[in-house]
Design a protein around this ligand. Structure first.
Ligand code: 13P
Ligand code: SF4
Length: 310
C-alpha cells in the first residue's frame, strides 16, 4: 500500500507547479538534493549535465536546486535568463579552496601550463582558468589539451585521479578537497565490504587516493548511476553523497544500495527545500546576479569545456 502524501506537501507541490507556469520556470536539481526536491524537478543530473542542459532550455527562469557554483554556472552560460537559487547559503566549501593570487603565482612558476578548473569553483576562480571540467569529463578534456603541464584546481583528489590516467602529463596540484568525500577512509570501505560481501564498490573521484584504490569503479554521480543500472549485481556499495540514493533506487527498484558509514551528507545541498523553491518563485528572491565583466570572463572556460566535451 502506498504511503499517503501529507496534505501540506501535496499543497506545496501544487503551488510550485502553478508558480512554474506563471514564471515560465523549470527546476533543475543535482543528485545530492533532498528526495522530495528531486521528485518535483524537471531535470535531475550531475554538474556536467546541468550546465550543458541549461544552455538549450527555452524557459525564462531556471530554479537551480544545488549549491551556488551551480547557480552561477547556469547564469554565466545563460545571461539572458533569470536564475534563482532557493537558498543562498548553499555553497560548496571546495569552491573557495584556492585564491586567484595563488593561481597567478602558479602560472608564473609554470608559464606553459594550462589552468584546469573543476566546475566546483567560484566565478572568480573560473576567470583565472583556461578551461573548466567536471568529474564526468575531466579525463577526456585534460587529455585533449595540448599543454604538457596542467595546474589542476581546486580539488587535489580529482586532480590526482586524472593524473594517474595521464602519465604523459605533469600535474601541479592544489591543496583543496571536498570535506564530505575526503573524510571517507579506507577502513570505511573495508567495513562496508565486510557487511556486504560481493557488492561492487562505486566511488566518486573526490575521495582520497587510498579510498579510490579500493573501489571497483570510479566515476561522477552520473557514472555511478549508469554503472549500477547497467550491471547485473543486485547490491552495491556507494561511496559518495547519500542524495544519489534517490535516483539509484528509482531507476533500479530491484537492487539494493548501501552507503559507507557514517553516511556522507552534504548539508549545503540539503538547504534546498520545497518551501524555499516556492518562496523564490513567489518573491523573486535568490536571483543569481553577476557583474557583466566577471560573467563574460568566467564564461570562456565554461564554453571551452562544453566545446571540448562534445
Ligand atoms: P558531479 O560532477 O558528479 O555532479 O559531482 C559534483 C559534486 O559536487 C560532487 O561532490
Ligand atoms: Fe561541494 Fe562536496 Fe558538497 Fe559536492 S559534496 S557540493 S564537492 S561540499
Amino acid at each position: 500500500m502506498e504511503t499517503p502524501i501529507p496534505k501540506a506537501i501535496a499543497e506545496i507541490k501544487e503551488r510550485i507547479e502553478q508558480l512554474k507556469r506563471q514564471n515560465d520556470a523549470v527546476i533543475l536539481a543535482h543528485y545530492y538534493v533532498r528526495d522530495e526536491v528531486q521528485e518535483i524537478a524537471d531535470y535531475i543530473g550531475d554538474s556536467f549535465y546541468l550546465s550543458k542542459l541549461a544552455v538549450g532550455l527555452k524557459a525564462k527562469t531556471l530554479v537551480v536546486c544545488g549549491v551556488s557554483f551551480m547557480g552561477e554556472s547556469a547564469k554565466i552560460l545563460n545571461p539572458e535568463k533569470r536564475v534563482l537559487l532557493p537558498d543562498s547559503r548553499a555553497d560548496c566549501a571546495m569552491a573557495h579552496m584556492i585564491t586567484p593570487e595563488k593561481v597567478a603565482r602558479l602560472r608564473a612558476e609554470h608559464p606553459g601550463a594550462a589552468v584546469v578548473c573543476y566546475i566546483n569553483s567560484t566565478a572568480e576562480l573560473k576567470t583565472c582558468s583556461d578551461v573548466c571540467v567536471t568529474s564526468a569529463n575531466a579525463l577526456s578534456i585534460v587529455r585533449a589539451l595540448p599543454n604538457e603541464e596542467i595546474i589542476f584546481i581546486p580539488d587535489e583528489n580529482l586532480g590526482r585521479h586524472i593524473a594517474g590516467k595521464l602519465p604523459e602529463k605533469k600535474f601541479i596540484f592544489n591543496d583543496g578537497r571536498c570535506p564530505i568525500h575526503a573524510r571517507i577512509t579506507p577502513a570505511d570501505i573495508d567495513a562496508a565490504r565486510a557487511a556486504h560481501p560481493g557488492a561492487p564498490v562505486l566511488a566518486h573521484p573526490e575521495c582520497v587516493p587510498a579510498v579510490l584504490e579500493k573501489a571497483d569503479y570510479i566515476g561522477s554521480t552520473s557514472g555511478i548511476l549508469h554503472y549500477a543500472t547497467e550491471h547485473a549485481e543486485k547490491q552495491y556499495i556507494i561511496v559518495t553523497e547519500c542524495g544519489i540514493g534517490y535516483e539509484l533506487r528509482r531507476q533500479n527498484p530491484d537492487k539494493e544500495f548501501f552507503f559507507v558509514e557514517p553516511t556522507p551528507v552534504c548539508e549545503d545541498m540539503k538547504f534546498i527545500t520545497l518551501e524555499k523553491i516556492a518562496r523564490v518563485l513567489e518573491t523573486g528572491e535568490g536571483e543569481v546576479t553577476l557583474e557583466d565583466a566577471l560573467r563574460s570572463r568566467a564564461n570562456a572556460p565554461l564554453e571551452r569545456m562544453l566545446e571540448l566535451a562534445k
